[in-house]
Design a protein. Structure first.
Length: 198
């Protein structure tokens, strides 16, 4: 009996091949998986804290992939590789490279031209990279870390607090977050920015 994923609100179902990419064979429950992922993510956070990244480096496909690998590489064989399957969310997988490049170019433009305030640039980036859904899984947490890196390394600002919460837990916070994401889907980023800051 393998790992049965209980799809919590906001987690992307994995197909069989992706599930087989699990590196730690002793994991049998979603809870254990969450724990291993959390440990791995904490290592990635350490890495980002001790590294100073330049704008030119951050806004690249390589960096986007490297960060995902740092976050999930201990747990998933496919960490840091774009998905090769269609999901119930995100663009067709064949378009990922192109759409990500457009986003990275747009973000550079916003920064160079002060198109939006720093926090809005970070949140617009976060929102759009999630909607592209580059990876089989872990896109939400990856996008939040990218937004934090943009805030800290590019703008020299405090990182977002994201309600200091483990977003995986389905609760009032999570519902607020989902609501704010829906607002952002309609082009209104105010709620998502507020959520990120609190």
């Amino acid at each position: 009996m393998g790992l049965e994923f209980d799809y919590k609100d906001g987690q992307t179902p994995l197909d069989e091949e992706e599930k087989e990419g699990l590196k730690i064979k002793s994991i049998t429950t979603q809870g254990e998986l969450d724990e291993f992922e959390q440990l791995n993510i904490e290592k990635a956070v350490e890495w980002t804290i001790h590294s100073k990244f330049k704008l030119e480096k951050i806004l690249t496909e390589k960096f986007v992939k490297d960060l995902h690998k740092k976050m999930y590489g201990d747990v998933w064989k496919w960490a840091g590789e774009f998905r090769k399957t269609e999901k119930n969310i995100g663009i067709p997988w064949t378009q990922i490279g192109i759409e990500l490049k457009n986003l990275l170019d747009d973000t550079k433009y916003w920064i160079d031209n002060n198109t939006f305030p720093p926090e809005e640039i970070a949140i617009r980036f976060k929102h759009r990279i999630v909607s592209i859904h580059c990876f089989p899984n872990g896109n939400g947490r990856h996008s939040r870390m990218m937004a934090d890196i943009i805030m800290e390394s590019i703008f020299g600002n405090e990182i977002f607090s994201w309600h200091q919460s483990n977003m995986v837990k389905a609760n009032e916070t999570r519902n607020q977050y989902i609501k704010a994401l829906r607002e952002a889907d309609n082009g209104n980023f105010k709620q998502l920015i507020e959520f990120a800051k609190n």
